[in-house]
Design a protein around this ligand. Structure first.
Ligand SMILES: *Cc1c(COP(=O)(O)O)cnc(C)c1O
Length: 256
């Protein structure tokens, strides 16, 4: 396999616009390879670790919804950038005691995998008169990650969600294995799509529009070929991050 080019750092609105256009072109090409329309794929820019001054440039370049992994960082940014009217998507694992924060500012939460969090979110959202778009996170890489539901628990979990009326289920989310073995990466994405297809057949009213949030800077093109309708892309838009990914999800086996 060829060594991927390093992600270009963007520090002007024009550079952000260029990075966004490059990612959109890759999205369109991947969609076309799969016989899909690029309109079916939403690009969610992921802005974790990026400071507010650079976020203003990205917003000026056309980012209207931003994904963040950590609640405190997302909340801080949502407050300091409130005047710019961006929507916030929390895409990382949530502890129950942080649910009330998410309920207060987020439009979207992509990592729902336990009912205590669902209940805490719903209680708070009800108080605030808000709703939240949610994706249920599934662990498609088996033993390699501790976040996300095991596939066999998904149907039972989805059956519990309608009681939380403020949660608007959109579909499913996953993180693929971190490996250069693209067959194994594809396998994770296919597992998510198969689960979605099965749910659509068995209980279509439990899975919203059946969105599939899968794919990040290193693998979004593969994910689109396998059916992604939302890709979460950080480094390819904002530039390479220094913070190791183990800060955002538990260490897995060494990247192979
Ligand atoms: C950081 C992150 C991404 C984006 O990763 P990049 O390598 O920056 O594209 C996607 N999903 C989740 C859950 C993340 O935490």
């Amino acid at each position: 396999m060829s060594v991927p080019a390093p992600h270009p750092f963007a520090s002007t609105t024009a550079e952000f616009a260029a990075n966004l256009a490059a990612v959109q072109a890759n999205i369109a090409a991947a969609a076309e390879r799969a016989g899909r329309s690029a309109d079916e794929v939403r690009l969610l820019p992921v802005s974790k670790t990026v400071p507010e001054d650079r976020l203003c440039l990205a917003i000026a370049a056309g980012c209207h919804r931003l994904g963040e992994n950590k609640v405190q960082e997302a909340k801080r940014k949502s407050e300091s950038l409130a005047r710019l009217g961006v929507d916030w998507a929390v895409i990382g694992h949530l502890q129950t005691n942080k649910a009330k924060d998410v309920a207060s500012f987020a439009t979207e939460f992509q990592a729902l995998d336990n009912l205590r969090v669902a209940q805490a979110l719903d209680r708070r959202l009800t108080d605030l008169g808000r709703t939240l778009e949610v994706y249920v996170q599934v662990n498609t890489s088996a033993e390699e990650s501790k976040f996300g539901l095991p596939p066999e628990e998904l149907a039972g979990f989805l059956r519990e969600l309608p009681r939380y009326e403020t949660l608007r289920v959109q579909g499913l989310m996953t993180l693929a294995l971190f490996t250069s073995d693209t067959d194994r990466v594809r396998e994770c994405f296919r597992t998510l799509r198969t689960l979605r297809d099965r749910m659509r057949e068995e209980s279509p009213d439990l899975i919203g529009t059946g969105e599939l949030s899968m794919g990040m800077s290193g693998d979004y093109e593969l994910a689109i070929e396998e059916g992604a309708t939302c890709v979460r892309v950080g480094q390819a838009i904002f530039g390479a991050r220094n913070t190791p990914d183990s800060k955002y999800w538990p260490p897995t086996r060494p990247h192979d």
